[in-house]
Design a protein around this ligand. Structure first.
Ligand SMILES: *[C@@H]1O[C@H](CO)[C@@H](O)[C@H](O)[C@H]1NC(C)=O
Ligand SMILES: *[C@@H]1O[C@H](CO)[C@@H](O)[C@H](O)[C@H]1NC(C)=O
Ligand SMILES: *[C@@H]1O[C@H](CO)[C@@H](O)[C@H](O)[C@H]1NC(C)=O
Ligand SMILES: *[C@@H]1O[C@H](CO)[C@@H](O)[C@H](O)[C@H]1NC(C)=O
Ligand SMILES: *[C@@H]1O[C@H](CO)[C@@H](O)[C@H](O)[C@H]1NC(C)=O
Length: 245
């Protein structure tokens, strides 16, 4: 009987240690993005709800513009207007048009679809042309023109592309988001001289170098996890030290 007691003592010491260790291991919070303050509009979410903007969303993410636009919207007191090309609009471009653009040019292309001010469609109908966009090139700001078309629609034109403004995804200060069925190609990127076919399709990209569309999944959770592992290891060492005495 007496010979059992050292073992019993060890077990009695270990058991609380196990109870210490197990809850620590389970208590790690699941890492995830902090929820946005509800007061700030989330453009990506609006586009996702629209259901046909996955290309635009991918470009917004891969260029980091989703965050930039989000911040700009939050900090602006004039609001923003975005023309959102549908997936069809991107599909109708010559193959490789987007992939042949550098990241910088893709950024410029997206900013060309943004006006640094909120407009309702009715306001765009009477706006004075040309209208400055957020898109810039080495010679200055890229502009868009708006015209009222015969069937009571508003057309937007870049000079290279003319298309009606459709279906507002959102039309309320501070953010207007309007569907367009064509990608608005700025002359500064796609050139006047290159005739009706707007895309620089000559730059035949190697199919193996597929687009830089990344989903940008973060590694932000690893720190919290390391802390948790450290705590578990520390408790383990403490228990071992206790046992060795
Ligand atoms: C915006 O919404 C998208 C899609 O719902 C989400 O992935 C993203 O984290 C949100 N951004 C912010 C800053 O809340
Ligand atoms: C939004 O803007 C306010 C005031 O400028 C600032 O305090 C806040 O941190 C901003 N929020 C985000 C998510 O950028
Ligand atoms: C508006 O755009 C449509 C489609 O591109 C075109 O058929 C129409 O002629 C345009 N109207 C004006 C006034 O530009
Ligand atoms: C835009 O409107 C301005 C002013 O009317 C005009 O000078 C310019 O040529 C127009 N540009 C395009 C591409 O329609
Ligand atoms: C395409 O990629 C392959 C492999 O990376 C390379 O051998 C080939 O030269 C490339 N072709 C062009 C046109 O860049």
């Amino acid at each position: 009987m007496a010979s059992n007691s050292p073992l019993a003592a060890i077990l009695l010491t270990l058991i609380p240690c196990l109870f210490l260790v197990i809850p620590q291991a389970e208590a790690q919070p699941t890492p995830g993005p902090a929820p946005a303050p509800s007061s700030t509009l989330n453009l990506t979410a609006i586009l996702e709800n629209g259901g046909q903007y996955s290309t635009l969303i991918q470009i917004l993410r891969s260029t980091g513009l989703d965050t930039q636009i989000y911040n700009q919207l939050n900090n602006s007191n004039q609001g923003l207007t975005l023309f959102a090309p549908t997936d069809n609009a991107f599909n109708n471009l010559n193959q490789g048009t987007i992939n042949s653009l550098t990241q910088q040019q893709q950024t410029e292309l997206v900013w060309y679809h943004v006006l640094p001010e909120y407009y309702s469609i009715a306001n765009l109908e009477i706006v004075s042309n040309p209208v400055r966009t957020e898109g810039t090139n080495k010679n200055g700001v890229d502009t868009l023109n708006f015209t009222r078309s015969s069937n009571n629609q508003v057309n937007v034109t870049s000079g290279l592309v003319t298309t009606p403004l459709n279906n507002p995804l959102r039309q309320k200060y501070p953010l207007g988001v309007y569907e367009v069925d064509k990608v608005l190609l700025p002359e500064s990127l796609f050139g006047k001289s290159s005739a009706p076919a707007p895309a620089p399709a000559a730059i035949a990209k190697n199919t193996s170098t597929t687009p830089s569309v990344s989903t940008g999944g973060g590694s932000s959770g690893s720190n919290g996890r390391n802390v948790g592992l450290g705590m578990v290891a520390g408790i383990g060492l403490f228990c071992m030290g206790f046992l060795l005495q």
